[in-house]
Ligand binder design. Structure first.
Ligand SMILES: [Zn+2]
Length: 161
């Protein structure tokens, strides 16, 4: 396992559409492990392939609760219901936060790392995280949908000293 370098705001890979994964081989499994490790290092709740420079449709999510860690291959949002206004941030925009509207409940279909079809019914934070990460796979980032006037930029820590 290894920590991968994150891609940040301004990197053009973040605006590209990621490609479907056709074969879940050892390389993809290693990528998934590395993405989980990278997400944990930065205390993120989710990470998408393009954020570590891999233009493939893979996301990882960890809500740091029992049974709430996921690796999803080729995830597709098949249903969305309701609206929630939530605070959001992104590991690729480390100092930015803002309010966005996300569906309150979603259904996502994907493959797991064994290539098995999974159907995930999610609400609240998990629904938000799934939408955020699937957006990354389509080349979209949260600052595009942030509510006007709510985007906050925090100073990086080293500048405060
Ligand atoms: Zn993100």
């Amino acid at each position: 396992m290894a920590i991968r370098n994150l891609r940040y705001e301004g990197d053009e890979i973040l605006s590209k559409r990621a490609r479907e994964i056709e074969v879940i081989d050892d390389k993809i499994k290693e990528l998934a492990q590395d993405m989980i490790e990278t997400m944990h290092k930065w205390d993120g709740v989710g990470l998408a392939g393009p954020q570590v420079g891999v233009l493939k449709r893979i996301i990882v999510i960890d809500l740091y609760e029992e049974g709430m860690q996921f690796v999803l291959i080729n995830p597709v949002l098949v249903k969305a219901k309701g609206v929630q206004e939530v605070d959001e941030g992104c590991l690729s925009f480390p100092n930015k936060f803002g309010k966005v509207e996300r569906p309150k409940e979603v259904v996502v279909e994907a493959l797991d790392l064994d290539g098995k079809k999974v159907k995930l019914k999610a609400k609240d934070l998990l629904a938000q995280a799934l939408c955020h990460e699937i957006d990354h796979l389509d080349g979209h980032v949260f600052v595009e949908i942030v509510k006007p006037g709510t985007l906050e930029t925090m100073k990086p820590k080293q500048e405060e000293e």
